[in-house]
Structures are given as C-alpha cells and as structure tokens.
Design a protein around this ligand. Structure first.
Ligand code: MN
Length: 234
C-alpha cells in the first residue's frame, strides 16, 4: 500500500538557496522583509526613524533569483529600485524568541537585493493599500548563497554597499541598523512563529535608486562577497 499523495497538477520544486562550500541546499519557506531599518534611508523616504517600531512585509519564496542571473525588467513599473540587504537564514524556529537567544536560531547569512516597484509602492502608500505588488512580484528577491554562521560568525557590523554599472550608490555599515539582527528576530517572532527555512531581509541603507534595462547591480557585504544581478536589455 502506498500512502504517498498524488497531485492533480505538478507540485512546484522547493525554493532553495545554495550553501557555500557544500552540496546540500537551504530550503526556503518564507521571505520576511524589514521596512526602514537604517535611519538615513527612513529619512530619505520621508519618515522619522526614531519614533517607528520595525514593521514587516513578505515576498513569495519562489521570487528568489540566484546570483549572476539576468532577469527581465518587471512589468507594471517605470521605477524599479534596488535595495542592498543582509539576509538572515533561520535554521531553528520559535515564537517569542528573546533577543538574547535569537542568534542561536540563525543558520547563516546571505546577500539580498529587495527589488521594489517604487512607483507602485508610492501609490499603495498614498491609498493605504498593501505593498504586495510593489515588493512581492515575480523575481523580486535576488539572493546569494547562504554562509553558515559557524563559518562567518554573526554579522553585527561590516561594509554593505551596492553599485550599478560600477558606480557606487549605497555605501554603509551593518552597524547602522536601527534594529539589530537579534532584535529583528525577537520582534518578528512575536508576530509569527518562525520556522526553519524562513529568510529575513533586514532592510536597506540610504541611497536607493533606479535600475534600467541593461544594468548590472552588485551588492557587496563584507565578509559574504558579492551578489550580481543583471537586468535584461529588452
Ligand atoms: Mn527593503
């Protein structure tokens, strides 16, 4: 007797990321993103960073784009923005995680680019509508391979930078985050029970800007290396 389920349509493959230095992959469950987690970026978006607690939005797991990929310019936008971000990969889940214990739940870290339809987001903000179509569109989550925290340690400071066609657009330090990685994990786990495979994109520093057709965008985080994404010419 075979109890394996049968499917009425083909099930999709498990979204995943490579893990540096090994053949096993990191299975991705959900992608959470932190809004306005660097003071200078909050200010450039017209907000007071000192008075606002962290807030979260999501992207679908299958919006992931691997390092080095070329993606088409997305539909329904005239203002596609890059956002360099540190990505936290959760290896051990939990609810109401204390910030002091939060790093024990981290499997590792990766480099991400929170691609954003800024014009769609601006319209949503104005109308009080959700951000899903501004943030969670197809191929909106370029993400590099996961580095085990056992190999790279826990990242609380270090250079985070982004360039477009070789011109630096964002240049900051992870230490500039308003809410640290342990605090982000603690806050988020008070809202949802985190599970292994969840990713958290931890927000972007100042300097966000537009990507056009034919552009190459490189995000760098020391010591994680670089993530490159190309926008197709047509
Ligand atoms: Mn972001």
């Amino acid at each position: 007797m075979n109890d394996a389920p049968t499917w009425v349509i083909d099930p999709l493959p498990q979204p995943s990321l490579p893990v540096v230095g090994e053949s096993g992959r990191f299975p991705v469950r959900r992608i959470f993103c932190v809004g306005r987690n660097y003071a200078a970026h909050a200010r450039e978006m017209g907000h007071d960073p000192d008075r606002e607690p962290p807030f979260f939005f999501t992207k679908p797991a299958d919006a992931l784009v691997p390092d080095g990929a070329t993606i088409p310019f997305p539909p329904a936008t005239k203002n596609l923005h890059f956002e360099a971000e540190l990505v936290v990969a959760i290896g051990d889940g939990g609810a109401d995680i204390d910030a002091d214990q939060a790093l024990d739940h981290v499997f590792g870290y990766a480099i991400g680019n929170d691609l954003t339809r800024r014009d769609v987001q601006a319209a949503a903000k104005k109308l009080g509508r959700p951000w899903d179509m501004a943030k969670g569109f197809d191929r909106s989550a370029p993400c590099g391979p996961v580095h085990r925290s056992a190999d790279v340690g826990h990242l609380s400071h270090g250079k985070i930078a982004l360039s477009v066609n070789g011109v630096v657009q964002q240049d900051a330090d992870l230490a500039d985050m308003i809410w640290s990685v342990p605090e982000v994990i603690s806050h988020l786990s008070s809202l949802v029970e985190l599970r292994p495979g969840d990713l958290i994109m931890t927000g972007t520093p100042a300097g966000v800007g537009a990507l056009g057709r034919g552009d190459s965008c490189v995000v760098e985080i020391v010591p994680l290396g670089r993530l490159i994404t190309h926008i197709a010419v047509s």
